[in-house]
Design a protein around this ligand. Sequence first.
Ligand SMILES: [Zn+2]
Length: 397
Amino acid sequence: MPSTVIRNVRPLGGAAVDVVLHDGRISALLPAGSAAPELATLVDGQGQLLLPALVESHVHFDKTLWATPWRPNSAGPTRNHRISNEHTVLKDFQVPMAERAGPLIEHCIAQGSLYFRSHLDTQTVWGLKHVQEMLALREKYRHLIELQLVAFPQGGLLIAPGTLALMEQALELGVDVVGGIDPAGIDRDPIRHLEKIFELATRYRRGIDIHLHDLGELGRWEIERIADMTEAMGLQGQVVISHAYSLGAFAPAELMPLADRLAALGISIMSCAPPNVSVPPVAMLRSRGVNVCSGSDGIRDAWSPMGSGDMLERAMLMALRFGWSKDEELEMAFDVVSQGGARALNLQAYGLDVGCQANLLLLPAENIAEAVVNRSPQRTVISRGQVVAKDGIFLVA
Ligand SMILES: [Zn+2]
């Protein structure tokens, strides 16, 4: 494949360069105006900001009602109400998952995300239906995105007999990551829940990404046990704790020993930074070396009608949640939805260096801080060296 060039763009807001692409990778970064004129121009960047494609580290594509008529949220107040409501809504629904999740994936691509980790309901009420349909969708978009799938026991692991066998089947079929959920709050047997998922992860040589909503001291105790097992099983760098609301309940000084342990074990924390619950102290965790990533969680589903799939918006919401306003704080929010996600998902060749995948986002902004604040809809998205979306429109037939 001949080389192409993106002319006159500013990586992360720095000096203008020409970016030469070859075989879907960045092959050279040259001062603006110096790339050979005979090279085909992929994009004339006109001085726009160049960013690596965004990383959506926590989403539930299989649950979405995207691309369907508006449906008023009918969920009750408790988690069990919401789970049973979701079963009712999705069972009633006549629109196949591919016609909901597919358009949502394309929409997310058009916002600039090309890396995803989607939790996938693996529970007896669905059998392997969600697993098989999402694996098919992953194949459909494999040429454009990296989509990691997590076997997620939404209804509990131990309290729902048959779920563990389904999780194993999902891993056999190609699901990438072992999920878990509230070992105490849902399964009421935290050690056994954690032993089961760590055993699966070691046997199948996969990482772990566990939903942990359990609050306060109970949640912190579970995080300590996750750290114990990560160390004992040699899963350093392979474990993500999603939500970890309990970490928001303690003063920074009380959290430091645990934060240092998470950093040493390479355990990432995923936070959507929601406004209505305690959330992990992102800046403090990062200052101790803990990696933090973020995601949309549910987008327009039976749990919540919210969500846009725009990870620049997620960075803005995180900044609002913590009252961040300085440029360096907005850059931190951006790092969470880019490099933080890349570290949590163990992405290879991510970024803007020579040799990295040419998965890129261009938009008009002076710098990263302005990109987070303005969230311009005038975005050009490049996947593996090809323009795949422009101004919010997905262009691939
Ligand atoms: Zn989730």
